[in-house]
Design a protein around this ligand. Sequence first.
Ligand code: ARG
Length: 470
Amino acid sequence: MWKGRFKEATDKNVVDFTQSLDLDWRLAEADIRGSIAHVRMLAHTRLLPQNEAEIIEKNLREIATEIRNSDFIPSKELEDVHMNIESRLTEKCGATGARLHMGRSRNDQVATTMKLYLRKEMLSIAAQLDNLIEVLAKKAEEHKNVIVPGYTHLQQAQPISMGQFWCAHINAFLRDAKRLEFVLDALDECPLGSGALAGSTLPLDRKFSAADLGFAAPTENSMDSVASRDHFIDILYFASVFGCHVSRLCEDLIIYFTTEFGWVKLPDAFCTGSSIMPQKKNPDVLELLRGKSGQLTGALVDLLIMTKGIPMTYNRDLQDDKRSLFRTLDCLQGIFSVLPPLLSRVEVDEEKANKGFADGLILATDVAEYLVLQGVPFRNAHALVGGAVKWCVDNKRSMTSLSLTEWQALIPQVKEDLLPLLTPRVSAERRKTYGGTAPSEVTRQLEVINEKLAQFNKVCGEYAERLWQL
Ligand code: ARG
């Protein structure tokens, strides 16, 4: 399609090296829809007679069917999805098909096609992220009154509601949802009609094509339209942060599932065995999920480096932007295929979790705060309780087993009303500060989570109403 000024055929290895068909064939439907918008615009501006526009649209739709039925085998000699479809069109309807590309370049075409494709993909990811959060919210409700150890530095810190743990992860995923909304926004301007870089001498109506495709508006600057890829970087950043969040959730569960912790139970269907050790039940799925963040972050770095020194405007480097982007989308699909169903079946062995509390030391902060309420300055209270902890460790006694007389020998300010406070459940229930771990607070948090989720779904729902169809 561009051979007019060349004296010799392209080197065979160059054909292989420069083609992008193996990457971009998945864009076929989006590309066809973009071409239909272009041809409708050409008819609307009378650059193309209405009947010819209709012939082109009809044939493009037939090509879409051929592709869906795998009747159309593309050729890499035609470089990419765009040239393959256009050449098939001319094959089917001759000179009329050859008019399609007026006022258009592959540069604005690929920029438009990618945005169309990604609008659909990101909405599907949004629905799956919503599902993941809903699964976690169900777990939080189910485990609201289950008391487990909370950790800092992976050392026992204070008792928490397991619902609080799930809500902590939900809050991170809700921020990912916000980042996803930003991504949807970044995909909302239409590059079509920007041409190779400078616009067109033909009287194109860019607002018409943007509206036909359901975009909020056309892009503002033709050069920026074909040169910029930061909306891809936004997607990769979203995916990288999401990957981190998935990774640490999986790490938590892997740790709690170990023999040494042992208070989380995982479904057999989501674990694997060992080829040599018959006793093993390994959390391989969680480990694979934990590892995915490497790939996701790698893709982000790939695109940041690829695009940093690109001169205005389109350069062929950009063809390869799809490699990392599509791998990322596939990776996200993989994550969503196993993570929510696995999570929905996680169980907690509360009795076992509470065995970890046997030495009672996890309640030390509660004693210090009790003393604060008796008027003891916090630093003094900290030192007094530290002394009591030392005494318990030295004498191999659980902090919850001390009698009132023993307490008073260690800390004279202690009165009888301390003793009923010293259970992990009471400890968690008393942490009623806004956002604290008390089950009553978890209930309140879940209400906010539901509101935020409803808002997210509203934004996505409105976006979906403008989504292109073929
Ligand atoms: N396959 C190319 C890509 O994905 C299409 C654009 C080619 N444009 C060009 N000026 N060679 O980037």
